[in-house]
Design a protein around this ligand. Sequence first.
Ligand code: GLA
Length: 715
Amino acid sequence: MATRFIHLQGRTSSAVIEFTAQGVPVWRHWGARLGAVTSVPDWEDTAPVADFSLDKTVAPSALPLFGDGQFGPAVCLAHRAGKDWVFAPDFQVQHWGATTTLIATDAKAGLELRQSIEMDAKTDVLTLRTTLRNTGYAVLDVVWLASGALPLAPRASRVESFTGRYPREFVPDVQALGSATWRRENRRGLTSHDTPPLASVLGTGAGQHSGEVWSAQLAWSGNHVQSIDLLEDGTQLWMAGEWLAPGEVRLAPGGTLETPDWLATYSPNGRDGAARNFHAAVRARSPAPVLPRPVHLNTWEGVYFDHNEADLIDLARSAAGLGVERFVLDDGWFSGRRNDRAGLGDWWPDSNIYAEGLAPLAEAVIQLGMSFGLWIEPEMVNPDSDLYRAHPDWVLSLPGLDKRTARNQLVLDLTRPDVTEYLFERLDSLLAELPIAYLKWDHNRALTQAGDGSARPAYRQQVLANYRLLDRVRAAHPGVEIEACAAGGGRIDAGIALRTDRFWTSDNIDARDRAQIQRGFLQFFPPDRMGAHVGASPAHLTGRSQSLAFRAGVALPGHFGLELDPRQLSADLRYELRKWIALYKSQRDRLHTGDVWRGDVGDSVHWQAHGDEREFIVFVYRLELSRYAYPPALQLPFLDDTRVYRLSRLDPGAPFQRGQAPEAHCALQEGTLDISGAWLKTVGLALPQMKAETCLIIEGTVAEVGSTGRVGEGR
Ligand code: GLA
């Protein structure tokens, strides 16, 4: 008979811990939703006895510790000057509201571990966090503390994470799980482009819309570890936590270490099911973004460092004429910043360019009916700056070592109160003096040799100090939206999402690369947080040229904007761009509040749908020419097969020509096409021949019974 089961239940998932008769918490299940957990055999009654192993069977505790009789990885590694390195804990469990806390205490070794686990029944997202307390009489050196440890069934066979670099974020990395440990470590001091703290594990046969997917992300903007180990019983243990530098955490008696939150979800509905759970959870946890999301113009690729007040006002006028709603002044506005070699830290408008400060530009922008945004990079300083000349000791560094610059900049030591006071004063004054609605908060380099004033590792404290600074700025200026940027998408995580409103997804605005980057992003974060701009053609970073329709069609689902100088566009392109902006405005509510589905037709066609099963928009992206005379059909698996859908073409791209495109597509663009949901779901809508790097946007709504319209069956 079961002694005690803790059943955390979501809409489509369950997580079950058994507190065994011997008082050990054991994971029994994390996967499909169970009804009541009754008539379940105890772990002890069903565990086989292993040959040539410990004579007394050791239950695989949910908080495995080194030396406890298990041989897998531990959630905590610590010691007291080389002693107290093995833990023999007593366990307890506490319930507080929706939170279950597993407590492991070892009075002899002098530590207490508390792991809180909470299932959000609305989103199926588990939040795990661990707190370690030093209950001994001497300093405890902490080597590792996991935020959580979750079980994966043996059928969880593939892990998908991401790698990349500036400016190729979210490059998928797929590995088969086996007996080798899967492990990703980030030691860059911020979230990183190459090892973001997130991954999905796929069950056998799982795909985009169906099958078992377990997905998790760490809410942390610093160093981290994710790992999956195969255990003796064939299950796999998934852990994540902060990566600690040697000597980074030394807990004084009574001291505590609290991990970042680890968010984890299970879905029986494939990758998209897990993504939808995360979209809901990230939205619920972080500040509600201001909806509708205004159309941006960001000046970076339009003018780079070439700032001139009259010219920028002219640029703003041109943007406003297109329907842009927010003008964001990027890098280059502050003292001495004529290029990327000087000025960071001196957060005053450059008087050679802005003789009267930024107010005339900001006011001109507001007069034009737009709001005003500003780029900053608070954590950074150029050696060539007044700030550094006055305070060379304000940077993270180690005595006797060269200070390594990256993009000609050093990192300020935010663990110093005088540094954060300075930064807060500067930001607070700018926000108080100018009508700023939005900050693009950048961080353009990784941390190396991040020593604080006592030459101790400061990585962790730096992240926490940044969070405090963000929180303080937000509290003082609650209406101001903040974008998290780090050389594009180097700081995209659920920790910074708690205190920012959107991410700059990448500096790579080439629509083809961007489509892949956004697809990875959307696995973990909702589209309203996804900064997505239309860049120039050819794209500055890849050199590829793409039609405006393709660039705009790829940017449209996110938080849409422009990253170009619209004055350089021909009258025809300006006319077309105005239509795209109007389309975004008419659809943004549905795009940013609905569900998201992503899929592949094959033959180099991807699709992405937003909305719900009654009303949706689907983006069809063709990357290469079809290799078929009749391209494969688009199936939309999320539709209701008892309905009829009325489809119409939404995008203002090149119209289909009668005689060259199927009659059904001409009908789509000229009016509507009614088509059975069952057909669309399982057979699909035939696609026309499309050029490479083109996009088709279709709206679908449930057609009223008996309505007139053309009923088609695709082909
Ligand atoms: C980073 C950002 C860019 C731009 C520049 C300015 O690279 O990702 O968008 O703001 O900094 O220096």
